[in-house]
Ligand binder design. Sequence first.
Ligand SMILES: Nc1nc2c(ncn2[C@@H]2O[C@H](COP(=O)(O)OP(=O)(O)OP(=O)(O)O)[C@@H](O)[C@H]2O)c(=O)[nH]1
Ligand SMILES: [Mg+2]
Length: 496
Amino acid sequence: MTSSSSTSQDALSFAETSRTESLRADALMEEDVAWSHGIDGERDGDQFDRSDRAALRRVAGLSTELEDVTEVEYRQLRLERVVLVGVWTSGTAQDAENSLAELAALAETAGALVLDGVIQRRDKPDPATYIGSGKANELRDLVLESGADTVVCDGELSPGQLIHLEDVAKVKVVDRTALILDIFAQHAKSREGKAQVALAQMQYMLPRLRGWGQSLSRQMGGGSGGMATRGPGETKIETDRRRIREKMAKMRREIAEMKTGREVKRQERRRHKVPSVAIAGYTNAGKSSLLNRLTGAGVLVENALFATLDPTVRRAETPSGRLYTLADTVGFVRHLPHHLVEAFRSTMEEVGESDLILHVVDGSHPAPEEQLAAVREVIRDVGAVHVPEIVVVNKADAADPLVLQRLLHVERRAIAVSARTGSGIDELLGIIDSELPRPQVEVEALLPYTEGALVSRVHADGEVLSEEHTSEGTLLRARVHEDLAAALGPYVPAAR
Ligand SMILES: Nc1nc2c(ncn2[C@@H]2O[C@H](COP(=O)(O)OP(=O)(O)OP(=O)(O)O)[C@@H](O)[C@H]2O)c(=O)[nH]1
Ligand SMILES: [Mg+2]
């Protein structure tokens, strides 16, 4: 390391420059915002503390890279070595451990290496430091020992809590919400998905700007020549907030437009009376795998949380030959930040408007019942309670047979399958067939052989009860929708 690089490393005091949201703010607000590049001195009386933090840094050589890292690179750099912290307020010790194990999976999904995890028993999180000042000191030791560069808390922390805990731990502190948002940002593929995530991030960020007021412009600093351009903190915060709000309003309009487009498509499906099935479930339950199994579609399957963020709708056919659509959905997770639920509501509405929900749960997970409950809460949240639900206990190949038995016993309408081996899939297809709404009108029609297309339509959209090839044409008895019944009208024999 040259001396110049260590100087700039000092300037980029770790804890202060590294809040996910502050750089995110930079990225979200794009290049039209000229951040001031102040480095030092915005918060007086903090100088010693800050050099202290710089001394604690364990990751070498970041300073030179930081100036032009992309968001993703930033995250990989920053969420490299993490220590997890949970506050256990209710439930059993096992519940607390499961929750922290899930946080570890989330952190790994975000690209972090989990070094350690601690759980603290408290009646409620400490208003100042989340875990209490004594524990915060212990945490600091743990951070030092393990060489972690980040602490991830299993909850949503107030801006004040984040700052206090950072002051003690002397490394960056992020909460579960920020982590989920980060993963969402990484995985969203469609324009709408990306826009929704960006909006949720801004929403999350907005109230936290004030808490960081005095040091925000310094946090934004990345260059070594920034001191001269430093602006007055509070005024700048106000400008930033206004710009973020403007950007959010614009984004909301754009999302509304995109939603109209999707609504049109959905109405088209409804007009054609194609029944729809939504695959919902906890993240990593195997929803995409099941979709693949059921339709042979090549949907991304990853052993990562939130591999799917954009709704994927596939055409499928029941064993009896009826067409329906099968939609993959975003995975649910406990403590999904409420504004994120809001942001994803449009995606989840699809679930509410489907004819059947396949609620996939990972049978090999330590607490599948909890996952079921968490997902149902969201299903209730988006007003989809009226939609019939089949519980699909997946990963039967890897699950404890006793757990499977228990789930199938408790859940009234449940089936155990393995998307991996294919076991239970035929039975599931049969259930889908019988659960899908049936066309209402029963007709008999004699279709001349020139009307092959209409015959095909009856097969695809309706339910053929009998079919006979006569000398005059195809004699069909079928249940069909009103539209199709009208189309068949001319061929319905006047008298039997
Ligand atoms: N053993 C076993 N593993 C499975 C089965 N189905 C899926 N998996 C694995 O579980 C992991 C998650 O599968 P996905 O289909 O991506 O899960 P998902 O519910 O779509 O996940 P998200 O989109 O991230 O919410 C992958 O590693 C799959 O290979 C199964 O039946 N048995
Ligand atoms: Mg998926």
